[in-house]
Design a protein around this ligand. Structure first.
Ligand SMILES: C[S@@+](CC[C@H](N)C(=O)[O-])C[C@H]1O[C@@H](n2cnc3c(N)ncnc32)[C@H](O)[C@@H]1O
Length: 295
């Protein structure tokens, strides 16, 4: 694994994550009594819950991935093994995505396959503890590609954004939330992923992306929560996305990000192209943008 900017040692206290403003003070009181002891990573509760969610909430994505036709052979037993490894990562690491989101991306990558014999170049923005990155690395490595991870590795940057979910509730992302330091992410990639295809880019997106992105990107996955971070990522990544490449955002539940990605002016003046179709915009959290093949 390559680290393009020196990492830091030492582990930060785990971030509080995100809560609507009005719920912040009620956090402790809201937790129901524990039936299975701890509910955190590695607990029995966590393992039972992730299997339940896989068979309920995530079952369409699971079934689609297991049945899909791919350009390269991908036997059923091997697909099941990959799903098992996704579940193992979910059970052990604090995650901020659904299994369905990662299965959809896995299916997209396997459909792309290799181009002219080379595996895909994949960019992930927003790593946290490295759970989504570990899963992505399993798929990218299988296809012989490269995975580039961008994050401060110190959690959310200082910001004064107050965002609104599509349901109208407000949310703020505190400085330091979702912290996953380089040693933690590295360990998680080693235990649950394939670190040999991974390069870490440490720093704020606005510092690491200009001049620090691969020349051509096949797929990008954004899970960055802030409006300003989404704008920076799209501005730098989209021009490097190859024709037919795909950009996903996991932040389509935030009204300000929906407005940004739906703005003709943003695409024309800041990205430098006509607004592409944004699948799911204003309807769902997980958004998909495929760069037109004639661009
Ligand atoms: C929701 S977490 C990512 C969760 C991860 N994808 C997962 O599913 O487990 C958001 C991440 O974005 C990073 N981030 C947000 N804005 C950033 C910025 N401007 N520069 C660098 N990192 C940023 C934070 O450090 C945080 O790790």
């Amino acid at each position: 694994m390559k680290v393009s900017v020196d990492g830091e040692s030492g582990e930060a206290p785990s971030a509080d994550g995100v809560l609507p403003l009005w719920k912040h003070r009620e956090r402790r009181a809201r937790k129901p009594p524990l039936l299975f002891g701890s509910r955190g990573p590695g607990s029995l509760y966590r393992r039972a819950k992730s299997l339940l969610l896989l068979c309920t909430r995530d079952r369409n994505a699971l079934s689609s991935f297991l049945r899909a036709d791919f350009p390269e052979p991908f036997p059923a037993a091997e697909r099941l093994r990959l799903v098992r490894r996704f579940v193992a990562a979910t059970d052990a690491i604090r995650c901020f995505h659904t299994q369905a989101e990662m299965l959809v991306v896995a299916e997209e990558l396997c459909r792309m396959g290799r181009r002219n014999g080379s595996g895909p170049t994949v960019v992930e923005c927003g790593v946290a503890k490295g759970a989504s990155s570990a899963k992505l690395s399993l798929v990218v490595s299988r296809l012989g590609g490269q995975l580039h991870l961008y994050d401060s590795f110190r959690g959310m940057p200082a910001n004064d954004e107050k965002l609104t979910r599509l349901d109208g509730s407000e949310v703020v992302f505190f400085k330091g939330a979702f912290t996953g330091r380089i040693p933690t992410v590295t360990r998680n990639l080693q235990l649950f992923g394939r670190p040999e295809c991974v390069t870490l880019h440490k720093g704020l997106f606005q510092e690491t992306m200009p001049g620090g992105l691969p020349a051509s990107i096949d797929l990008a996955l954004l899970d960055v929560d802030l409006l300003s971070s989404t704008a920076v990522c799209v501005r730098h990544i989209y021009p490097r996305l190859r024709a037919g490449g795909v950009l996903y955002s996991q932040d389509g539940h935030l009204r300000e990000i929906v407005e940004l990605l739906g703005s003709e002016v943003f695409w024309r003046d800041e990205v430098g192209c006509p607004k592409p179709e944004v699948e799911g915009l204003g309807v769902r959290k997980f958004l998909r943008i495929q760069k037109p093949s004639d661009s």
